[in-house]
Write a protein that binds this ligand. Structure first.
Ligand code: COI
Length: 465
């Protein structure tokens, strides 16, 4: 790339931005302004003045491009009649879409207050994003299968490198939640997480299509798209099956996380048992897994405090409702409802006053161990793929839930509910909770069942702004 104008790009906002922002921030923020020529070096976590030139104009050019959203149906139609030409256009879509989407998030991070971007966890994420952006933007048009293989290698490498993003963000924002307003912080987190899901979807879809293409290419006569999956899209996701599968994993987890004599609640499924829709299985499993985990644990703890803890605990009831455009999944528990002081922070990533408890919890677990477990759930699909390929397998579509049982049961990053809602909204669905104080909780997950809605890249607050 012939860059005519280069500027020193730093994670710091321009001084004018800093001074306005600093006035709004805590006293920690009021340190002297940056010296000319300094920049923050993420990996070494130091302010440095040695030369590190980054072409700011290049980022501007990419930020000027709009993301081109896709729908589940498009992903399916595209993958159903896969040809080499289509594979190449998928490759070129990913090649330009990834740096575009990452560039927007880098710009968001540059707009964060200085004290927030200098947080070591957040600045690590910034560096990961910048490296990925810089690497993808340099990839030339994909014309041959060899070009595509090189692209796929780069994608796999980045998918792996970015496994640490969620826990780094979780830690970063907990540490910074006094330095930025809760609304700003949640808006930032919602956007960055939604964008991350979107990038991983298009990246993993392309890897899966390439794998499918190769396997069919080398076995002449095999028809494409005969399986239940097209790439990453599970064509006929039967809600009842997913729930029963998740229920079993969550009950096993509850058994291992609680004292041996603990009574584990039954999970019953009723309603429209045939309800089905196309979806990305790992997204649905993540949401259902989180909701059931919360319900089961609440029932166990509430029952322990009840008059007769030796009796059977009340069941968790899952009701399925299939309408013309949607499938609604209601999860009802009798776990006593959500404590009054927790309610305002349910969907917040910063967690308000509850953050100290989370930070204390995390302090008890070595961060890397903690984060890897959390990651296994969030990125279970990828890890399952990796484990399979390490075993020499072809990938397969194992559930992400096997990893749930290896997660430290009491480990909480405080992200489960808000991240579940990000997943639900990403494919134009919704997630709501109603707490019946003293009795239990009803969670409503609504899924758009036709697969014809575009991925929702902008959050509601961003669209209103
Ligand atoms: C992410 O996981 O945050 C990504 O952006 C993945 C992509 C670089 C392939």
């Amino acid at each position: 790339q012939n860059v005519t104008q280069t500027l020193r790009l730093t994670t710091r906002p321009r001084p004018s931005q800093i001074s306005t922002r600093l006035r709004l921030l805590s006293p920690i923020a009021s340190r002297p302004l940056i010296k000319q020529g300094e920049y923050y070096d993420g990996p070494s976590r130091r302010w440095s003045s040695s030369a590190k030139w980054r072409p700011v104009q290049v980022l501007d050019e990419w930020v000027a491009k709009e993301a081109r959203p896709i729908s589940l149906r498009q992903l399916m139609v595209f993958g159903r009649s896969l040809t080499e030409t289509r594979l190449m256009s998928s490759a070129n879509y990913v090649r330009t879409e990834l740096p575009t989407r990452i560039a927007h998030r880098i710009r968001d991070m540059q707009r964060l207050p200085y004290v927030v971007v200098t947080n070591p966890h957040i600045s690590d994420v910034y560096e990961l994003y910048y490296t990925a952006f810089d690497s993808f933007r340099r990839i030339k048009e994909i014309k041959t299968s060899e070009d595509n293989d090189r692209l796929c290698k780069e994608i796999s490498k980045m998918l792996h490198a970015h496994l640490t993003v969620i826990p780094k963000l979780a830690m970063g924002i907990l540490e910074c939640s006094d330095l930025i307003s809760a609304a700003e912080l949640d808006q930032f987190m919602n956007t960055i997480l939604r964008s991350r899901i979107s990038r991983r979807v298009i990246a993993e879809q392309h890897l899966a299509l390439t794998e499918t293409f190769h396997s069919h290419w080398f076995s002449p006569g095999a028809k494409l798209s005969e399986g239940e999956f097209i790439g990453e899209v599970f064509i006929k996701c039967i809600a009842k099956d997913v729930i029963e599968h998740c229920a079993k994993a969550i009950q096993d987890l509850a058994r291992s996380a609680n004292p041996p004599d603990t009574k584990i609640p039954e999970i019953r499924v009723n309603g429209h048992l045939d309800a089905s829709f196309p979806y990305i299985l790992s997204h649905l499993e993540y949401i259902i897994g989180e909701l059931l985990r919360n319900s089961v644990q609440a029932v166990i703890e509430n029952h322990r405090r009840s008059r007769d803890p030796t009796s059977e605990p009340p069941p968790v009831d899952v009701t399925l409702c299939e309408a013309q455009q949607h499938v609604i999944i209601r999860i009802s528990d009798q776990g006593g409802g959500i404590p009054h002081d927790t309610l305002p922070y349910l969907w917040s990533f910063g967690k308000g006053p509850l953050k100290n408890q989370l930070l204390a919890n995390l302090g008890q677990v070595p961060l890397m161990a903690a984060t890897l477990q959390e990651l296994r759930v969030e990125d279970g699909r990828l890890l399952a793929l990796q484990q399979n390929s390490e075993k020499g397998g072809a990938g397969g579509h194992d559930s992400s839930l096997s990893s749930l049982s290896t997660r430290p049961p009491n480990l909480r990053l405080g992200m489960g509910l808000p991240l579940s809602r990000v997943y639900a909204e990403y494919w134009a669905g919704s997630l709501e909770l109603h707490s019946l104080e003293g009795y239990g909780v009803d969670a409503f997950l609504q899924i758009s069942k036709l697969g014809n809605k575009n991925e929702q890249l902008a959050t509601r607050a961003a669209m209103d702004a």
